[in-house]
Design a protein around this ligand. Structure first.
Ligand SMILES: NC(=O)c1ccc[n+]([C@@H]2O[C@H](COP(=O)([O-])OP(=O)(O)OC[C@H]3O[C@@H](n4cnc5c(N)ncnc54)[C@H](OP(=O)(O)O)[C@@H]3O)[C@@H](O)[C@H]2O)c1
Length: 262
C-alpha cells in the first residue's frame, strides 16, 4: 500500500512540540489529534486509508496498516524522515488504534468462551492491538529518543484497557482482546526500562468506556454517566499524560491517573 505525506496550511510553527497520533480515523485518536493541535502541537496523524479523513487540518501519513509489519518497519521510517527530517524529534507518540469485534455478529471476538476463539481472530487482534503498536513505536524510536531531559521528557503512550489487567480480571471472557492488551502492557513496562536513560516516559492508559465505534456494540448495559464522549475522555487523559514525569514511567493508569494493577 502506498504511503504518502500531506502537508496542510494549518501546520504548526517550527518550534512546536511534535505529536504523532496512530491512528486519526478512530474516535479517540481523532480527538487526541484535535486537542493537541489546539494546544499548539504540530500533529502528524497516521491513518490506514489511502487519503486522510475529510476536514483534517494536520499533516498525515496515509496507508499505514498496523497489521503489516514490513510496511511499518520499512515505509514508515522513510515517510517520517521526509516529514520530520532524519534529525527531527517526536515529543509524544499516542498509539490509539485497536480492534475489539462485535461479539459474534460479524466477528468471533470479543469471545465469551474459550471455544469461541478462532486462530484468525486471535491472530488479527494481536496483529493490530499488540504487534502493530510495537512495530510502529520501534520504527519511530530514532525520533522518539532525542533531545529529552528529565524535566522535559519524551512520551510514548499506549492505549490499553482495564480488561487487559490480569489482576483485575474477575469477569472472564473477551479472550483475544484481553490477551492482546496484557501483552501490550508488557511491552510498555519493558520499553520503559530501556528508554529511561533517554528520558522517554512510556505508559499504558485506560480511557474509560468511551462512545466510539469500538464500544458501540457493548454500550447498552453502560450507565450514561459512565460513558464518556471522546472529548471528555481525551481531555482527562491529556491532563494525566502531560503532567506525568519520568518518575511515572512504566505505569498503567486510568483516565484519572489512578494506577491499575498489571
Ligand atoms: N472506546 C472505549 O470504550 C475503549 C475502552 C478501553 C480501551 N480503548 C482503546 O482505545 C483505543 C482507541 O479506540 P477507539 O475507541 O477510538 O476505537 P475506534 O473508534 O473503533 O477506532 C479504532 C481505530 O483503530 C484503527 N485500526 C483498526 N485496525 C487497524 C489497522 N489494521 N491498521 C491501522 N489502523 C487500524 C481504526 O482505523 P480504520 O478507520 O482504518 O479502521 C481506527 O482508527 C483502542 O486501543 C481501544 O482498545 C477504547
Amino acid at each position: 500500500m502506498a504511503v504518502r505525506a500531506l502537508s496542510t496550511a494549518a501546520r504548526a510553527t517550527a518550534k512546536s512540540r511534535v505529536a504523532v497520533v496512530s491512528s486519526i480515523s478512530g474516535g479517540i485518536g481523532r480527538e487526541f489529534a484535535r486537542q493537541l493541535a489546539d494546544k499548539g502541537y504540530r500533529v502528524i496523524g497516521l491513518v490506514r486509508a489511502a487519503t486522510p479523513p475529510v476536514d483534517v487540518k494536520f499533516e498525515t501519513i496515509c496507508g499505514i496498516d498496523l497489521a503489516n509489519p514490513s510496511q511499518l518497519l520499512e515505509a514508515l521510517p522513510r515517510e517520517m524522515a521526509s516529514v520530520l527530517g532524519e534529525d527531527g524529534g517526536i515529543d509524544l507518540l499516542l498509539n490509539c488504534s485497536g480492534v475489539l469485534g462485535d461479539g459474534g455478529v460479524t466477528t468471533p471476538g470479543p469471545e465469551r468462551s474459550a471455544k469461541a476463539i478462532t486462530p484468525e481472530w486471535l491472530q488479527h487482534t494481536f496483529a493490530v492491538n499488540t504487534f502493530g503498536h510495537v512495530h510502529c513505536t520501534n520504527a519511530l524510536l530514532p525520533w522518539l529518543t532525542r533531545n529529552h531531559t528529565p524535566s522535559s521528557p519524551g512520551r510514548v503512550v499506549n492505549l490499553s484497557a482495564r480488561v487487559g489487567s490480569i489482576g483485575d480480571n474477575s469477569l472472564g471472557g473477551w479472550y483475544s482482546y484481553r490477551m492482546s492488551k496484557a501483552a501490550l502492557n508488557m511491552y510498555t513496562k519493558t520499553l520503559a526500562i530501556e528508554l529511561k536513560r533517554t528520558n522517554t516516559l512510556v505508559m499504558s492508559i485506560h480511557p474509560g468506556t468511551t462512545d466510539t465505534a469500538l464500544s458501540k456494540p457493548f454500550q447498552k448495559n453502560v450507565k450514561r454517566a459512565s460513558l464518556f464522549s471522546p472529548a471528555t475522555s481525551v481531555e482527562m487523559m491529556l491532563g494525566v499524560i502531560l503532567s506525568r514525569g519520568m518518575e511515572h514511567t512504566g505505569s498503567f493508569v486510568d483516565y484519572k491517573g489512578e494506577l491499575i494493577e498489571w
